[in-house]
Every structure is written in C-alpha cells, then in structure tokens.
Design a protein around this ligand. Structure first.
Ligand code: ADP
Ligand code: ZN
Ligand code: ZN
Length: 728
C-alpha cells in the first residue's frame, strides 16, 4: 500500500520555510502552486502547495480542503516568487500571498466573476401568473422574467422597478434563480492596430527594429530624452507582438498611470487593454488576473505589483520611467519591480525594454557593460531642441517672495503670450516651519525628528513623516512669546503669491489638492485646454504629462538633493530636475527653464543644469566606483525600530557580535538612522556591503536566522531591505 502523501505548504506567516501537512485519505497530491486550506494554531489559513512526498509521519495535521485542480500560480510565476523570496530574504509564503489577488487569498475560486442575472427556473416557466393574483408584485416579476428568457441583471430589474422582496419570495418557491453567467471572451481581432503609427524618425526606427528583431530574452535600455518619443517606440514594438496573438506587460510609475497614458494605448490598438491599479475592487482585480492568465487581456498596464501578473502568452515586457523610485516597494516585501521585470523576461524568454530619459545609474552601468542593449534617442520627436536650463542665483531671495524677480517676470511674459508656465517646488503645504522670533524655537513633531509643516487653508500643522497634526500654536513652545512667524515656502504659499501677481488661473497639483478621486484628472484636463495658466506643483507634475502650451518651467529649491548626505540624493535630484525641465516646450517650440539655486557654483548643480544627464551620471558613477557603492558594490540594510534607542541599537549590536565573518562582505554600524525618531519609534540600522552578490547573500543567510532567533529582536520591529533606495 502506498504511504499517504505529505504536502509542504507555503503559508502567509513571517517565518521562512514550509509547513508539513498530511493529505486526507484518498486525496491525490495537488501540484505545486495549488491552494489548500490548513489548520494553523487556532486559525485556518490558505497556503500554496510547495511540494509533496510520501511519508510515514503520524503526528501531522491534515489538510482541510484542496481548493484548486490547477495551480493558481503557474510554474514560471512560482519560480519567480521563489527567486524573489531568496534574493530579498523574505518568507516564500508571504511572497506568494502578496502575489495572489485578495479573493484568492481568501479561498475564492480562481475564475472571473461573470455577470449576475435573475431568470425563471424550469418550474417557474410553467407557473400560471394567475396563481399570483393576490401578490401583484411577484406576479409582475414573474411576467417580466418570462419575457426575458436570458434573464435580467440587477440593474435592469431596478430600472423595471421589480421589487426585491418579491424576487426573494419567488426564489424561495424555486420559480426564479440567480445565476452568474461567464462573460464571453472578447473576439479575436484581425487587425490589432486601430490607428496608423506615426512616422518614426531614424533613431526611433533603429530602436523599434532592434526590439522587434530580438529573439527570446533580451534586455534593452531605451535611453531617450524627454519628448523623444519613447512611447511611440513602445507602441510600434508592441504591434507585431500583439499581431502574433501575444501579450504585452507594461509597468508604469504610480503617478504615471494617467488617463492620458492609457488613452494612447487604447487608441492605437484594437485589443483589450487591462489596467491594474490600486483603485480596483477585489473582484475587478481577480477578473483582470484571470483575463491575463487566460490570455484574453492582451495589453496589461499596471504599477509595480503588476510584474506578478500571470501571462498565458507573454511576448514583451516594458518598464516605462524605469528610474522611478515607486517601482521599489518600501514596506513588507521590499522588491524592486524593475529588477523583477528583467528576471521575469528572462524566465519567459521575451525581450524587456527599460525606458527612461534619466536612467538609474544601475541600469546605465548595465548598458555600458553591454549587458543591456543600449538604444538612444537623442532628439525630441517634434524637432524642438531640449531647453537650456538657466541658473538663477537665489542666495538673496527675501523670505516673503521666494520667487526671484527674473522668474516672476518670465512667468508674466509667458502668460501675456497666451502660454502656460509651471513652477515646481517639491514641498507641499504653506510653509515648512513655524518659529519663534524671540528665541528661535521651531515647532517640531512630537513623534519624529522633523518640523511641522503649516497647512494654512486647513488651519493646521502637519508632520509629513507620520501624519501627526496639531493646531497652529499661538505661543512659542519654549519662551511663551507670541512673536511667531513662518519661514520657507511650500506649494500652497506659492499658489497664493502667484495668484496675487498673475492675471491667469493658478492650478496647484500636489497630494493635498488631488486627494479626491477625479480631481487630478480635472486639473490636468484644465491645463490640456491650453488657456494661459500657471501650474504649481510637486513631483506629481514631473511624470508622463504632456502640456502642449507650456513654455516655461521655473524650478525652485532643489539644492538639498544635490548636497544630500544620501548617496542617491544627487542622482534623484538630477532625474527630477530633468523630468520637470522636460515638461517645457514639448511640441515644436523650444521652452525656457529657470532654476533658482543657492549653490549654482556646485559642480553637480552645474552639470545637471547643463542638461547633460550622461555627463552627470559619469561623474556620479566614478564616485560610486571609488566608494564601492551601487552599482559597483551591493548593499542591504537591516533596520530596527524600538521604543528606545538602546533597544534598537542593542538588538543590532547583538547581531553584529554573533555574526560569523564572511569573506568579502562588510558590516557597517550599527548606527542610529539619519532620522533617529519617526512616528514615536527610535531607529537604528546596520549596513551590509559587498562587492560580490554571493558574498552579500552569504552574510545575509547567516544574519537572518540569527536575527530571528535573538530574544531582543522580539522587543522591536526590524526588517531587511536588499538593494535599499532609502537609507534615511
Ligand atoms: P517621451 O515618452 O520620450 O517623453 P513621447 O513618446 O511622449 O515622448 O512623445 C512626445 C511627443 O512627440 C508626443 O506628443 C508624440 O505624439 C510625439 N511624437 C513621438 N514620435 C513622433 C514622431 N515620430 N513623429 C511625430 N511626433 C512624434
Ligand atoms: Zn520663543
Ligand atoms: Zn511626525
């Protein structure tokens, strides 16, 4: 007699490894990637079968239920999850759970929802409505359903004023039933293109041809200045893939998922475009997942987690704005969708295109080393040259007028010509600090090492790190003086200053003014109309938008990034600067870009202002090479948060003390984090650095079990971040 099978189940718990369960007698072992329901402590959890083997173990608990005949996570996707779990040192069960749509996590069947319809049962069809003479509402419902043999949706029933209780009564008699009908898959189209392509210029053509010619896995860096027509390259490279019946996965940054972007894909192609974003309901998300898995969804556009979408017939992966920080998840399972996109393409044997005007230094180095095929677009598609960035010396700006007279004058002139101007300031609120004129006290967040930002229209001070808010103080918190003032400027202050000076609408775009659903779209639509206006905003303005009538960009206060202690500061500042500058003058006329800076003589500021991202990147890459920083060295950060700094440091010190030596890997710290206190917790960190990935992972393989086993780790919160982008 064969021994009963034991299955190893990956469960959504913060522990590495799988858990063993016995299968009920007579139940065949499910394949890897099928869901099972199992008892875990006092709970019942849904997990995924990882493996199975015969076993004589008697003590095991039994699987309660096998939920799938077919894996919900196909072998290729499963392998990606395993690789990611190993690389990020994150429990496999949690990775798999992260990847599953919520309804599948809850044990729902892995199929599309279909449409709900009410219709007559066989018995109902033979009922004489006269029998319901004393129940006129039921009679009406029965007659109506009799006239619609395919049934009626809840919306139709409501439009026909059919009463719910009457329907329910009929259902109790089993005369009507509620069914879910699967929606028919969309018909295959003969011609995938719905509108003609633009005439590609020579550089675009070379890029498109290279991507189309790729066989199997090939990574590309599409390195093209803003407005060079990268999207047109994607669209033309996609066409033959779609025509061959295959699917294209497109990853975009969080705020790049604008209606404008979607429209360009939907307009060009006649095939279904499916959007994956955080605003979907659980049902919509599962339906999109199923449509992708079954191959009905042909173009999938989504933010970082879309990299885990199952694909029946993958043909091409595109990562748009591939430098964007939102591709890295900053909590829980801290993966980088940019890197996973490349792994995924490798596994699926399809090309992957990383597009950016300001590629991450990591990606640029891969292209320089010849590991990514480097495609360059040096000119703007419309013909207008990239705008030069004029540096304005901001050392003497008065506090009450943060915009320099030159900048203000340029704005009024732009408006007078009937055009639009943009003022970029990456700080929301009215003023970043409230202070005492008598003693210099500044209002700080009680829970963080940070200042409170004044939001004037809301009569509040807010901490942008933890969300703490309090009312505007009447008196100094130190000396009691009422002589308080604000300093510095945020977008809210700029908006009101500009409204005083300009004879045109001022449109502010930041997280405060776009919180309501649809408000961002409404503001963008107003700008699209093209009437004279001034836009004021944060980095929300920097990405993916086309403002055809915008001919001036004023950039304020980006010095901090260039001078930042964080080694990624200058790279990120340069990316943001050039993305914003790229908004100006996008059609056939050159735009003007002014940058206010207090450090115009700083080498990096000068290089960035010269608009030559590659020259700046060369300088930064040389610095990184010298310091053994990414992409030349590899980093992982173990961060700990606790109620006291002693606790946080104590845990990390114990880790370092007991950690074995690993040749080629170094441990730096522990040290208090640059931001020592956040949201009421003290933060400390340990940096692991190595020139070799295997050495880094070797050390992390020793560090993680050690950290999990230390009792001091249970008194604090800690996590590991592999390839961290935020070291603060
Ligand atoms: P990027 O993504 O590189 O910033 P886009 O793809 O958004 O650039 O293109 C910028 C503008 O140039 C768009 O309005 C686009 O329609 C236009 N464009 C792109 N390629 C061409 C082309 N070959 N001929 C004419 N216009 C083009
Ligand atoms: Zn004071
Ligand atoms: Zn705070």
């Amino acid at each position: 007699m064969p021994s009963p099978s034991v299955v190893q189940v990956a469960l959504p718990v913060p522990l590495p490894g799988c858990f063993d369960y016995r299968l009920p007698p007579g139940v065949a072992a499910p394949a890897r990637g099928c869901r099972v329901e199992v008892p875990f402590g006092r709970r019942t959890l849904v997990g995924l079968v990882h493996d199975h083997q015969p076993s004589e173990l008697k003590q095991l608990k039994t699987v309660k239920q096998v939920l799938d005949d077919e894996p919900v996570i196909d072998p290729a996707l499963y392998a990606l999850c395993e690789r990611a779990a190993r690389y990020y040192h994150h429990p496999l069960g949690e990775v798999l759970n992260f990847v599953l749509p919520a309804l599948l996590r809850q044990g729902q069947p892995a199929r599309a929802g279909g449409e709900v319809r009410w219709r007559l049962t066989d018995r109902g069809r033979h009922v004489d409505p006269e029998r319901l003479a004393r129940a006129p509402r039921q009679r009406q419902a029965l007659e109506l359903l009799g006239e619609h043999p395919r049934g009626l949706t809840p919306a139709m029933l409501e439009a026909l004023s059919v009463s719910r209780p009457a329907l329910q009564a009929l259902r109790d008699k089993v005369w009507v039933e509620r069914v879910e009908v699967a929606e028919a898959p969309p018909p295959e189209v003969d011609e995938v293109r719905a509108e003609p392509a633009l005439r590609a210029n020579a550089e675009q053509r070379a890029a498109i041809e290279a991507i189309i010619a790729a066989e199997g896995f090939q990574p590309f860096l599409l390195d093209g200045v803003t407005g060079s027509g990268k999207t047109e390259v994607y669209l033309q490279a996609m066409a033959p893939v779609l025509a061959a019946g295959k699917q294209v996965l497109v990853l975009v940054p969080e705020i790049g998922l604008t209606p404008q972007t979607l429209r360009r894909f939907r307009q060009r192609f006649a095939v279904p475009v499916t959007v994956l974003h955080s605003g979907l309901t659980d049902r919509e998300r599962l339906d999109a997942w199923v449509a992708a898995r079954d191959g009905h969804a042909r173009i999938l556009i989504g933010t970082r987690s879309a990299v885990f979408t199952p694909l029946a017939r993958p043909g091409l992966i595109i990562v748009d704005e591939a430098h964007d920080a939102s591709l890295k998840q900053q909590d829980g399972f801290r993966y980088h969708a940019r890197d996973l996109a490349t792994w995924r393409a490798q596994q699926l044997a399809v090309p992957v295109v990383h597009g950016s005007a300001t590629p991450a230094l990591e990606t640029l180095q891969l292209a320089r080393d010849g590991r990514y095929h480097w495609l360059r677009l040096r000119q703007r598609a419309g013909g207008a040259g990239a705008p030069p960035i004029e540096l304005l010396d901001a050392r003497d700006t008065p506090p009450d007028q943060p915009l320099l007279p030159t900048a203000l004058k340029a704005i009024t002139e732009t408006l007078a010509r009937g055009e639009q101007a943009l003022v970029f300031l990456n700080r929301r609120g009215f003023a970043p600090v409230i202070l005492c004129r008598d003693c210099g006290w500044q209002d700080e967040c009680p829970r963080c090492d940070s200042l409170m930002t004044w939001h004037r229209s809301e009569h509040q001070l807010r901490c942008h790190h933890c969300g703490h808010q309090h009312r505007v103080p009447q008196r100094c918190g130190h000396c009691g003086s009422t002589n308080l003032t604000d300093a510095g400027a945020g977008t809210e202050k700029l908006e009101s200053l500009l409204a005083e000076h300009c004879d045109a609408p001022v449109v502010r775009i930041d997280r405060d003014t776009t919180r309501r659903k649809g408000s961002l779209d409404a503001k963008l639509a107003q700008i699209q109309k093209g009437e004279p206006a001034v836009l004021v905003g944060t980095q929300m303005l920097a990405k993916g938008h086309h403002f055809p009538r915008l001919s001036l960009a004023v950039i304020m206060n980006m010095d901090a990034g260039f001078l930042s202690a964080d080694f990624r500061g200058p790279e990120q500042a340069a990316q943001l600067l050039l993305q914003v500058a790229g908004r100006s003058g996008r059609q056939d006329r050159p735009g003007r870009v002014l940058m206010q800076s207090r450090h115009g003589d700083h080498n990096l500021v000068r290089l960035a202002a010269a608009g030559d991202y590659h020259a700046l990147a060369d300088t930064l890459l040389e610095e990184r090479r010298g310091a053994g920083l990414p992409p030349f060295g590899h980093l992982a950060l173990l961060r700990c948060e606790a109620m006291t700094m002693e606790q946080a440091m104590g845990f990390l010190e114990e880790c370092t003390a007991q950690l074995p030596q690993v040749a080629g890997a170094h441990v730096l710290g522990p040290v208090p984090a640059p931001m020592e206190k956040r949201a009421g917790r003290y933060r400390a960190q340990l940096l692991v650095q190595s020139a070799s990935r295997p050495a880094l992972h070797g050390l992390l393989d020793a560090l993680m079990p050690l950290a999990r086993s230390l009792p001091s780790g249970r008194r604090c919160r800690w996590h590991l971040d592999v390839d961290p982008i935020d070291l603060l």
